[in-house]
Design a protein around this ligand. Structure first.
Ligand code: C2E
Ligand code: CA
Ligand code: CA
Length: 862
């Protein structure tokens, strides 16, 4: 729209200008066309002749001037347009030369014409040379340029490239300076510097000729050289041509000035004649006034009233158009801007979809379109954001639920955890209170689960726990629920029990449920659980109290052995408190060195000498009393203190053995009780052997006593035992005859000794059954090459039974109780005589045949 308006105005302005010229021309024409007056005297004819002369001279002067100007402008920049002007001017001057009345004038004009021609030739020659110069410069430049362009992409041609860059720079300088020196009419530049550039270029070309020939080729170098030589030649020629042209132009100008002076003089003479005769004729006012050399200086008017009106109208129209255009222009800006401002505010205020009406000037319309696009994108971004936020909220909700579940659930078995159990139990108790029912709370613990974990790995242990959880869940379905408290401890809650008896029955059902093998990783595993139970409301009324009571009962069940159920009794609370006190004391016992090792001898009745000293742990309580292992070992096991105690025992026992050995008792042997778990530590063997080395104690001086429980810890422990045996350590199977798998142990374990349990020895002299078993075992050991120790000899009759069994060691209170390391020296001093006395006081065997010495094969130890 604005463009149209401006075009309209420009057109109108053009029209006004055009109309003005037209008016001027009209005025000139009408003035020139005015008819002369009627005077026709002689004076008038003379006057007319004078006026004609003036006219001729004026015209001639104009023609000469035109020719001079045409000649010069022909030589200027544009010879093609200047050429036709020159030919016109030359023809006009040639005609004028022919028509002048003076012969001399005619010669002068022709001479002037010739000079003009030769000036033209010089100019043309110079133009050609300049063009040639420029073309040679450009030819060199394009060669350098193309080579440099190639150079940048090629590596390893740095020298050539640098020389090209230098040449290019010098050529640039030539290019820059040459026009002002050679082409410019003022010849303003410094010729010496141009020549210096040339010689520098020539030197560069010569010095890098071989490099450039190698990199750019011989043709390239030759081409540049030829162009450059031509350039120098042209520079010399152009310098000469410039000076020749300047001289010729000077001469031409002189000629023109002389000619014009002469023509003006002739014209002045005619004007004198005109002045004289014009007064006489009295008709000068009818004649046109003589003019100067310019016709446009004539006095002109443009006072045509019609034209003035037209002009006023046109001007008014233009003004109106301007006003209209201005109005629409302002409106086309103001309105869309208002729309845009309003829309921006709306957009900033809220999420509503905002559209700006299109229109107004093109730029604002473009802004409106962009705004609408932006608003659209913003709207979809807002929608996407909202959707994303909703999905995030959904995710957060799900996670929160999941977290809540996790907070209440045991991650391994998905059973309710300890926290959730408390809440579930609370509501179960509420229901029972209302219904007057009983609730049974069972605490279950997998027997020796730590051994499973240690020997078969924690991942396997986890799967055992999952299997146990599944089995308990199956059992509890329908009457209650199961929870996992952590580790291998589970809780089962029996809701709405009708009687205490049913709670008791379910307890046994839980304990026996694991008599069936458990399948884990396609492997049948024999496990057992101990169960402790408490009953609501009989034992406690709160969830917390009931759980505590069931825990105490579980401890009791553990004490009873594997796979047992124990119901809570108030006394258990007392023992739980005692246990707690023991645990607290044990935690400080190691730090305060309250443990002691006592030694009980195993004696060879044949020699009455001590063969082995068995290490037995004692705890000296703050009141000075000695506590036996039975009082604290189970607490130590359950509170995780056993490992430290075991380490202390082993080290102290080996130290004592070393002291006896280095103190002169070369045959000393110390037996140390080892719990199976110690062997699960893969560094046990290494540490023990290192200790022996450190104390320079032969391995044969140490015997390790283990119960058949060691069989449950897997092949790794048996391998460890085998290694120790290989080093010469003795391995004794303790408490033989108490467990289920004594014979299996004999077969699978790398043993050197069997220790007959006290229970077997107790009635050896009174029960033929015990005697028969003992005899069979002794025979078996003889066949297997195993040594035998009989434990718990309390009475002389028992000793008498073993007295004649060759190679069997005897141990028991009858011979000696366990004594401390310090007490040992005095014990040793009296022991030999004591044994002798004991043996002598004994009656001889009644029937030599029955209890005659067995032929026991004694395998000498390494
Ligand atoms: P054990 O290895 O069978 O040890 C023999 C137990 O029988 C000892 O009881 C000992 O004092 C007792 N005893 C010895 N002769 C007689 C006797 O003629 N009649 C009777 N009634 N008892 C006799 P203690 O010292 O109370 O040890 C009990 C158990 O504690 C040990 O049985 C052993 O299994 C364990 N124990 C003792 N010291 C350690 C130890 O340092 N480490 C480990 N892991 N266990 C130990
Ligand atoms: Ca023992
Ligand atoms: Ca024993």
């Amino acid at each position: 729209m604005s463009l149209v308006a401006v075009s309209l105005l420009a057109g109108t302005a053009n029209m006004i200008a055009h109309e003005s010229v037209h008016i001027i021309r009209t005025v000139v024409h009408s003035t020139a066309a005015a008819p002369p007056s009627a005077a026709a005297s002689k004076a008038r004819s003379l006057l007319t002749a004078a006026i004609a002369d003036i006219k001729t001279n004026d015209a001639l002067a104009l023609t000469v001037e035109s020719y001079r100007q045409a000649s010069l402008s022909r030589d200027e920049v544009d010879p093609s347009t200047g050429r036709s002007d020159f030919i016109d001017a030359r023809t006009a001057l040639q005609l004028a030369a022919v028509s002048v009345r003076s012969a001399q004038r005619e010669t002068e004009i022709k001479d002037f014409l010739d000079r003009g021609e030769s000036l033209g030739r010089l100019a043309q020659q110079r133009r050609h040379s300049r063009a040639a110069y420029s073309s040679h410069v450009e030819s060199i430049a394009s060669r350098l340029q193309s080579s440099m362009g190639g150079e940048w992409t090629l590596f390893g041609r740095v020298i050539a490239r640098q020389s090209l860059i230098k040449m290019h720079d010098v050529l640039d300088s030539i290019r820059q300076h040459a026009p002002s020196i050679l082409f410019d009419e003022t010849h303003g530049g410094n010729l010496a510097s141009l020549i210096a550039d040339e010689s520098q270029f020539s030197e560069l070309l010569a010095s890098s000729q071989s490099t450039l020939t190698g990199s750019e080729g011989a043709d390239w170098v030759r081409g540049v050289r030829e162009d450059f030589d031509a350039l120098v030649t042209l520079r010399v020629a152009l310098t000469a041509l410039n000076s020749r042209y300047d001289q010729a132009a000077l001469q031409f100008a002189k000629n023109s000035r002389a000619l014009l002076r002469e023509i003006a003089a002739a014209s002045d003479a005619s004007r004198l004649v005109q002045d004289r005769w014009s007064n006489l004729a009295g008709a000068a006012h009818d004649l046109p006034a003589p003019t100067g050399s310019s016709i446009t200086e004539t006095t002109l008017e443009r006072s045509d009233p019609n034209s003035a009106r037209l002009m006023a109208l046109v001007t008014a129209f233009v003004m109106l158009i301007i006003v209209v255009i201005s109005f629409f222009t302002v409106r086309s800006i103001h309105v869309p801007v208002r729309w845009l401002v309003k829309a921006s505010n709306e957009l900033a205020m809220g999420p509503a979809r905002v559209r700006v009406p299109r229109g107004g000037i093109r730029e604002l319309d473009f802004v409106a379109r962009s705004f609408n696009d932006m608003s659209l994108r913003l709207e979809s971004a807002r929608r996407a954001y909202k959707e994303q936020q909703e999905s995030l909220e959904e995710q957060v909700l799900q996670r929160t639920q999941k977290l809540q579940e996790l907070a209440q659930q045991d991650p391994l078995t998905s059973l309710p955890n300890r926290r959730h159990l408390a809440a579930l139990l609370d509501s179960a108790l509420d229901r029972a209170r209302r219904g007057g029912r009983h609730v049974g709370i069972y605490f279950l613990d997998i027997d020796n689960f730590k051994n499973i974990n240690d020997s078969l790995g924690h991942a396997f242990g986890d799967r055992v726990l999952i299997s146990v959880a599944e089995r308990l869940n199956e059992l509890a379905r329908g009457f209650g629920f199961v929870a996992r408290l952590g580790g291998d401890e589970f809780t089962v809650v029996y809701e709405n029990a009708e009687s205490i008896n049913s709670i008791h029955e379910l307890g046994w059902m839980l304990a026996r449920a694991f008599h069936k093998l458990v399948l884990v990783d396609e492997r049948e595993l024999s496990i057992s659980v101990s169960v402790g139970a408490s009953i609501f409301p009989e034992h406690e009324s709160s969830a917390e109290g009931l759980l505590r009571a069931a825990d105490s009962a579980l401890f009791r069940a553990k004490e009873l052995g594997r796979s047992q159920l124990a119901l809570f009794t108030p006394e258990l609370t007392t023992s739980a408190a005692a246990r707690f006190a023991i645990e607290q004391g044990l935690r400080r016992a190691l730090e305060r060195s309250e443990f002691e090792l006592h030694y009980q001898p195993e004696i060879n009745p044949a020699t009455s000498e001590i063969a082995i000293m068995e290490t037995l742990l004692r705890w000296r309580l703050p009141d000075g009393r000695l506590a036996s292992p039975a009082e604290f070992l189970s607490v130590a096991e359950q509170s995780g203190l056993m490992s430290d105690i075991n380490t202390w025992v082993l080290r102290t026992a080996v130290l004592d053995a070393a002291r006896w050995f280095h103190g002169g008792w070369a045959e000393v042997r110390v037996a140390i009780n080892i719990s199976p778990r110690q062997l699960l530590d893969h560094r046990f063997v290494e540490r023990l052997l290192a200790l022996l080395r450190e104390l320079r104690l032969p391995p044969r001086c140490i015997e390790l006593e283990l119960t058949e429980m060691v069989l449950q810890t897997g092949p790794a422990t048996i391998a460890a035992l085998r290694e120790l045996q290989g080093h010469g350590l003795g391995i004794a199977l303790d408490d033989f005859g108490t467990g289920y798998s004594s014979l299996t142990s004999m077969e699978n374990l790398p043993l050197t000794r069997i220790k007959l349990d006290r229970s077997l020895v107790a009635r050896i002299d009174t029960s033929t059954r015990s005697a028969a078993i003992a005899r069979a075992v002794i025979d078996l050991c003889a066949d297997l090459g195993l040594e035998v120790t009989a434990e718990g000899i309390e009475r002389p009759e028992q000793l008498a039974w073993f007295r004649d069994k060759h190679g069997i060691l005897v141990q028991g209170f009858l011979l000696s109780e366990a004594v401390s390391f310090l007490e040992f020296a005095s014990l040793k001093a009296i022991l030999h005589n004591k044994i002798q006395d004991l043996l002598l006081s004994m009656p001889l065997p009644a029937r030599a045949g029955k209890d005659a010495p067995l032929k026991v094969k004694i395998v000498s130890r390494r």
